[in-house]
Design a binder for this molecule. Sequence first.
Ligand SMILES: [Zn+2]
Length: 86
Amino acid sequence: MRALYLDKTLTLCEDYATPTPPPGEASVHVRLAGVCNTDLELVRGYMSFRGVPGHEFVGEVVQCDSAPEWIGQRVVGGDQCGVRSV
Ligand SMILES: [Zn+2]
């Protein structure tokens, strides 16, 4: 899968490994993602973050072993709301 990876600089990875959700969590196919000030601060070095930034998104649940009824649900995640069905 494609992902922007931050390790001091942003790099577009065309072959980023598809993550497997731990128990109680879900995989979401992100349809739209936002860039907020926290993301910009991470790029500037805030908290020495390394990984895939981005926590504001709209997507669809594609895997959720502990609650398969969520599969296919459209969800949104953000600073104030966690992840909710929409
Ligand atoms: Zn944010």
